[in-house]
Design a protein around this ligand. Structure first.
Ligand code: ARG
Length: 578
């Protein structure tokens, strides 16, 4: 079933198009900005009135008179102010929708009527090093968007565009060779990729003979020497295994099958450069081969090049991304390609998208979207680091989260046995980190703060998980005699507010799918829990007379569904107890 907002947009839109005699007029329906405006409001009449030279209020009247409300959802529609339409919904219609969901919980979020093929490029760490805190956002935001899009019935192609090629790997291969490829030393050192990388780098910086060998390794590797390729492969396998471990703990859906490593495109790069040349887009600048597009200028107004091949013949990050755009466009035939990548790469993506479009490497259909995100900061206002100034390994961060969550859970519920508290802490710790991230507007930087994310108060994972356990425990107490699970009548405003809120989940999900802001879903879930708390305070449930009690239990059950399904889209599992 169409969600309420879509339904109203359609019927008000039809009436508006008819009254104004302008097909496809946008009624601009939104949830009411204030309760006294009703439940929804249509703000689009004034603009349309301007276009057809009518008096806005008069046009609004005509729209209301022409409404064809098949579902009988609208209790009243009134003209307000200069030509807004305030809409109030009928209780019985809300009840009918609520019962529909109780009957078939998955119908709460119906599939999109136009399923698309959508690439979600996310996580995408550099495999030379271990995953660190900087990879958290791309990983969890991308996972959430993938879940949302999948839930709406789109075909999602996850792509983990890992960096697995380039000069660093020469250094790592040489370092592996020096340790002895079969030695147990190598195996232990590879356990900690960060230390391994640093040791190799130190040697590279301090030992010029080693640095020369490392540079030779790159040449051998890129020339396809089997010995070097196999050392490289061993390193890549080890590093990918590290990533999979993190993905497992974070409960994100990325698998090895989603790898879209840079090396995948090695054989395409020469062709990409040739194609740019054939299209007349290539210019030489200091020996490097570049594309200059008029829309990209530096600070001083000088044209800004997109370099696709260095003077030594090497290809660049941009060249690979052009090949990837081409694959996503013409092999995958995707309708959208989302790049969930740090905001600091925004110029890179603007350039890649522009060059791809100019060169016909992007199809006419594909929408290329950089889903940018800001930096995780420390309390000192700089990117979050360890005390010694190193980047924080994601594995360590998650360990610490679980340790801290164990304290939190033990404080809240000391009577649970330890094993259960440990299990709960694993969930609460990791979901708190994820939720803290997802609940921030992705465009802003945010300060990483253990005490706010691991708090039972405010817009946090513990708060929401706890709200769910309270509802579940209420539902467990209802006993068998009244497991009717049906709404009949609404007697209190808090009941109505809760019902309407729960039914609005699909509207939010739709916006998240379109605009890619998971924080909107988090805000919604937080508001929904708030609506439940207000209802629970105002309306006795188990002590109410049977008819009312049934409706209230059904409302609790509907809320639980909305919370659970919403959290699931964030990649968060609810708990029975905590
Ligand atoms: N590996 C890159 C990095 O660490 C991110 C890749 C993002 N995806 C892409 N298609 N460029 O910065």
């Amino acid at each position: 079933m169409e969600n309420i907002k879509d339904y109203l947009s359609r019927i008000v839109g039809d009436a508006l198009s008819e009254a104004a005699d302008i097909a496809g007029s946008d009624p601009n329906v939104i949830t009411a900005s204030r309760p006294e405006f009703g439940d929804y409001q249509a703000n689009g009449v004034m603009a349309v009135a301007g276009r057809c030279c009518r008096k806005p209020r008069e046009l609004a009247e005509a729209v209301i008179a022409g409404l064809r409300d098949e579902e009988d959802l609208v209790a009243s529609a009134e003209v307000a102010g200069p030509g807004f339409i305030n809409i109030k919904l009928r209780d019985q219609a809300l009840i009918a929708r609520g019962n529909g969901v109780l009957h078939d919980p998955l119908s709460l979020i119906p599939p999109d009527s136009q399923p698309r093929k959508i690439v979600v490029d996310h996580s995408s760490p550099n495999l030379a090093k271990e995953m660190h805190v900087g990879h958290l956002r791309g990983t969890v935001i991308g996972d959430c968007l993938s879940r949302v899009l999948e839930r709406l019935g789109h075909e999602v192609i996850r792509q983990n565009h890992v960096g697995d090629w380039g000069t660093q790997f020469g250094m790592l291969i040489s370092y592996m060779q020096d340790l002895g490829e079969d030695s147990s030393d190598l195996q232990t050192e590879l356990e900690d990729l960060e230390t391994f990388y640093r040791a190799a780098k130190d040697k590279f910086d301090s030992d010029s003979a080693f640095a020369d060998r490392a540079r030779l390794s790159v040449v051998k590797l890129q020339g396809g020497d089997p010995e070097y390729l196999s050392a490289w492969q061993r390193f890549i396998d080890e590093s990918s295994r590290h990533c999979q471990e993190i993905y497992g703990r974070l409960d994100v859906g990325l698998t090895l099958a989603d790898l879209d490593a840079e090396s995948r495109y090695n054989d395409d790069l020469e062709g990409i450069v040739r194609e740019l040349e054939e299209k007349g887009l290539l210019q030489e600048s200091d020996g490097a081969r570049c594309v200059f597009l008029p829309e990209f200028k530096g600070k001083d107004g000088e044209p800004l090049p997109v370099i696709v091949q260095k003077s030594d013949g090497g290809y660049l990050y941009s060249t690979t991304d052009l090949a990837a755009v081409r694959m996503r466009s013409f092999d995958f035939k995707a309708d959208r390609s989302l790049y969930v990548v740090d905001a600091r790469q925004s110029l890179h993506f603007q350039q890649v998208f522009a060059v791809a479009q100019a060169a016909g490497m992007a199809s006419a259909e594909i929408s290329l979207e950089h889903i940018a995100y800001g930096t995780i900061m420390g309390k000192d206002g700089r990117p979050y680091k360890t005390r010694s100034g190193d980047s924080v390994k994601l594995a360590d961060l998650l360990d610490e989260a679980v340790t801290r969550a164990f304290e939190l859970v033990s404080g809240k519920n000391p009577d649970l046995d330890e094993d259960e508290r440990r299990l709960i802490a694993e969930n609460v710790g990791i979901t708190s980190v994820k939720y803290a991230d997802l609940s921030k507007n992705r465009m802003s930087d945010y300060v990483f703060d253990w005490s706010t994310m691991l708090s039972f108060e405010g817009n946090t994972a513990p708060y929401l998980l706890y709200a769910c356990t309270r509802i579940k425990s209420l539902l467990r107490k209802q006993g068998d005699d009244c497991s009717v699970n049906e709404l009949t009548e609404l007697t209190q405003p808090e009941e109505r507010a809760l019902l309407l809120k729960a039914l609005q989940l699909p509207e939010i999900v739709e916006i998240v799918a379109r605009e890619c802001y998971p924080n909107l879903l988090c805000n919604y879930l937080y508001e929904l829990s708030g609506a439940f708390m207000r209802f629970y305070e105002a309306c006795p449930v188990l002590k109410a007379e049977p008819r009312i009690r049934n409706t209230r239990l059904a409302l609790a059950s509907l809320t639980e569904q909305a919370l659970k399904q919403g959290l699931d889209l964030l990649g968060i599992n609810t708990l029975e107890r905590m």
